[in-house]
Design a protein around this ligand. Structure first.
Ligand code: NAI
Length: 350
């Protein structure tokens, strides 16, 4: 059922998953195991063809290597991408088959939830392998929904970045939040508690209206949220929000949010610098979720998660400081830091 593939640029190991009986069809991509087993969630999505699923898996696995390295976790980067079958299928059977594939890798890859997968799916996976997290928490142990930890990390990063770039506390600032889902809503509550003024947008009217009423937030259309008069823009919806067009119309001076892969293209990082907008690198800001998931896998408690999430603010401070000193994009500074950590681990292992 599993066939190993290899890719040269970037170098990547991948495993093709195919089980016609259950409908399992996808790939596990492993970018790096220099720091430990490759860890990254399992995405379950409609992909037109295997090529687009592979591209997504490679891109996401590479991103996980950087995120795990910068969060100081003993894990490399990997990702599973499964194609959602077009016709009817037995979901539990498909995820059990996926669990068998993860088990065949003998701990080289650790999985958890991602877009399109749930705790119930991970329970099905856990019947076939122990290399899975994102299950139900027990007592004080780490586990369960990682999004509150992600939101806490974003909040701490934003507070540090606001002091550094705007010389102000959140209580004196207006934050525009794009996407009021699991992470965005939790972040908004924290920001409201801290006294920040909120402007929010979501394509789902139920989510934005309920939150807007409770937090006294101004609600705007999704087409306006990136260009409203705000000090900070917090992308908490899907990736690719920062395009050359959206950045050109942005009034906020700081971008700090939860979404993965916020830069639609690499050149947007330079455009942000040219426009005087400070960008807090997404994978450093949003590491709270993987910190929780990895602690669960390692059998650590919630206090360990809190201690690691506490480091996100200072790490963002360090990146912004270096970027300012060298007049470079914080995105490039973070990438180089992550690459150094991975290369040093590779050298130690050699
Ligand atoms: P979610 O699915 O609960 O929330 C996303 C929200 O964005 C939804 O309410 C959706 O209606 C809204 N949305 C979608 N397109 C939009 C648009 N164009 N404009 C405005 N709103 C839009 O997802 P969740 O868990 O809150 O994650 C948010 C982002 O953070 C995602 O990009 C995710 O990959 C990333 N992330 C989440 C982590 C977690 O722990 N949940 C961890 C790390 C990253």
């Amino acid at each position: 059922m599993v066939v190993r593939l290899a890719r040269q640029n970037p170098p990547m190991q991948s495993v093709r998953l195919l089980d016609p009986e259950s409908g399992l069809d996808g790939v596990i991509a492993i970018h790096s195991t220099a720091l430990g087993p490759g860890a990254g969630g399992c995405r379950f999505w409609h992909y037109a063809d295997l090529g687009s699923a592979l591209d997504d898996a490679y891109r996401l696995a590479e991103g996980m290597s950087y995120k795990n390295a910068m969060a100081d976790l003993p894990f490399g980067g990997a990702k599973a991408v499964l194609r959602q079958p077009d016709g009817p299928f037995d979901r539990a059977a498909l995820f059990r088959a996926f669990g068998r594939a993860v088990e065949e890798l003998g701990g080289l890859y650790v999985t958890a939830e991602d877009v399109g997968t749930t705790v119930a799916d991970m329970r099905a996976v856990s019947t076939r392998t122990r290399h899975v997290a994102g299950l139900d928490p027990a007592g004080d142990m780490a586990g369960g929904d990682p999004s509150p930890w992600t939101a806490l990390g974003v909040f701490e990063a934003m507070r540090t970045a606001a002091r550094f770039t705007l010389g102000a506390e959140l209580s004196d600032l207006t934050v525009a939040v794009q996407g009021t889902g699991n992470v965005g809503a939790n972040l908004c509550r924290r920001l409201a508690d801290a006294g920040a003024r909120l402007i929010i947008a979501d394509i789902d009217p139920r989510r934005r209206n309920a939150l807007g009423a409770v937090l006294d937030a101004r609600i705007v259309d999704v087409t306006e949220i990136m260009s409203v008069e705000a000090d900070i823009f917090a992308p908490c919806a899907l990736g690719g929000a920062l395009t050359s067009q959206s950045v050109a119309g942005m009034k906020a001076r700081l971008v700090c949010g939860a979404a993965n892969n916020q830069l639609a293209t690499a050149d947007v990082a330079e455009q942000l610098v040219d426009c005087g907008i400070v960008y807090a690198p997404d994978y450093v800001v949003n590491a709270g979720g993987i910190i929780s998931v990895s602690a669960e896998y390692l059998g650590e408690d919630r206090a360990s998660v809190a201690a690691r999430v506490d480091q996100i603010g200072p790490r963002i401070g360090e990146i912004l400081e270096l970027a300012r000193r060298e007049v470079r994009s914080p995105a490039l500074v973070a990438d180089e830091m992550a690459e150094r950590i991975i290369t040093q681990a590779d050298c130690r292992a050699a």
